[in-house]
Design a protein around this ligand. Structure first.
Ligand SMILES: Cc1ncc(COP(=O)(O)O)c(C=O)c1O
Length: 387
């Protein structure tokens, strides 16, 4: 099937459309940063894990991160390389399998380390251990996404680390960004070094986590490369790793949906769609990550609503499953496409089948507009989750 990826005319059902050209553009930039800065950049599965596209990723990067047994297995079995794994809570029943699938295992606390390091080493003698540190500095404004907020459950603060680290600890892992710029990294790095550099001589590697949104148009890539190069000059023995997720899938394609009905209450018109915010675009309600709708202008909901202003409503029973308000240049018709831009990161990994609502298909759009179906969902997908 060949489709015009500007209008998606002729598509009559919802789909996430991953555009290969845009994905490759991001991957090239990531690979360029890694090359010029002399660091390793790996993919965080929590943002994107469409494994049928891993052959494309493998042309540019060599490894991935996992935060669970399932992600670690996906790294090992589908990506074909062991994972850099961090979980705040390894458990007796999963640690062996996780260790088997991991090249790096990062512990959130010294108690987790004490409980599992021997067992993990026994399963996988080549595994490299790290500790997650908490630099107590993050510029992330949204509390839900701030890993360094007071009372956080993530990482070890400098005052709790022993002068001499356990002998088999080889790395530090630190995650304190979210869709952040290189300037934020510059400021954060000062805190990391001020608090933790005294342990660096005992380490082999440091992982600066995710949230480095290097593929955003206004991201200062040169500053990032410069910061990393200079860090490496100061600590030349440290292998430096970044593990962004969003940066890989940023602006790589839309969620295409269709209008099913238009309803009105107290002067508010809602176009009900065949997709749901809570099921298929969860960050829009949770983050809040405000979506861009193609060919529509977002307008102030408090202002008087013009004729062609619509809320967009999801097809679930959740009362709050809607977002407003957009101005279109025509009256919306049943069957027409509503295109939500940039819906490939933190969507397909987080979607759910609440209400049994049909899940959009996932397609890969090739450079010539040809669609390759990656996954369609049906009743069996819903049923099998309830067994
Ligand atoms: C430990 C860790 N690494 C990497 C990431 C990926 O972050 P992003 O997708 O914002 O780049 C996250 C996101 O929460 C994270 O918690």
């Amino acid at each position: 099937m060949k489709v015009d990826i500007e209008t998606f005319q002729g598509i009559a059902r919802p789909m996430y459309v991953l555009e290969e050209v845009r994905l490759r553009r991001n991957l090239s930039l990531v690979a360029q940063v890694a090359r010029e800065a002399g660091v390793e950049v790996i993919l965080a599965f929590k943002a994107f894990a469409l494994w049928k596209t891993f052959p494309i990723f493998k042309e540019y990067i060599r490894a991935t991160t996992a935060s669970s047994l399932n992600e670690a297995r996906l790294a090992f079995e589908e990506f074909g390389s062991a994972a850099h794994t961090f979980s705040p809570a390894y458990t007796d029943d999963e640690i062996d399998a996780i260790a088997r699938c991991s090249s790096h295992l990062q512990f959130n606390s010294l108690t987790q380390y004490a409980r599992f390091h021997e067992r993990a080493k026994h399963v996988n003698p080549a595994i490299s251990f790290g500790l997650r540190i908490n630099p107590e500095y993050s510029e992330v404004g949204t509390a839900l996404y701030n890993p360094c907020a007071p009372g956080t459950r993530f990482g070890i603060t400098a005052d709790k680390l022993p002068q001499q680290l356990p002998k088999d600890i080889e790395g530090f892992h630190c995650h304190c960004h979210c869709e952040s710029g290189a300037d934020t990294f510059a400021r954060t790095l000062q805190h990391i070094e001020a608090k933790f550099a005294k342990w660096f001589p005992q380490l082999k590697w440091i992982n600066f986590g995710g949230g480095h949104l290097m593929t955003r148009v206004d991201y200062d890539v040169m500053l990032l490369v410069d910061l990393l190069q200079r860090f490496r000059q100061r600590y030349p023995w440290l292998h430096v790793i970044l593990e962004p997720g969003s940066a890989f899938a940023w602006q790589t394609g839309p969620l295409v949906s269709q209008v099913v009905d238009v309803v009105e209450d107290r002067g508010i018109k809602t176009a009900i769609l065949n997709v749901s915010f809570t099921c298929h675009m969860p960050d829009c309600l949770e983050m809040p990550y405000f979506p861009t709708v193609r060919h529509a202008e977002h307008i102030d909901p408090a202002a008087e609503q013009p004729q062609r202003a619509y809320r967009l409503g999801g097809n679930s029973c959740l009362s709050g499953d809607f977002m407003g308000d957009w101005l279109f240049d025509h009256a919306l018709q049943v069957g027409e496409n509503i295109i939500f831009e940039d819906m490939l990161h933190y969507t397909t990994v987080k979607t759910n089948m609440f209400n049994g609502i049909s899940h959009p298909a996932i397609v890969l759009a090739k450079a010539d507009g040809t669609f390759q179906m990656l996954r369609e969902f049906g009743y069996e997908d819903y049923r099998s989750r309830m067994d």
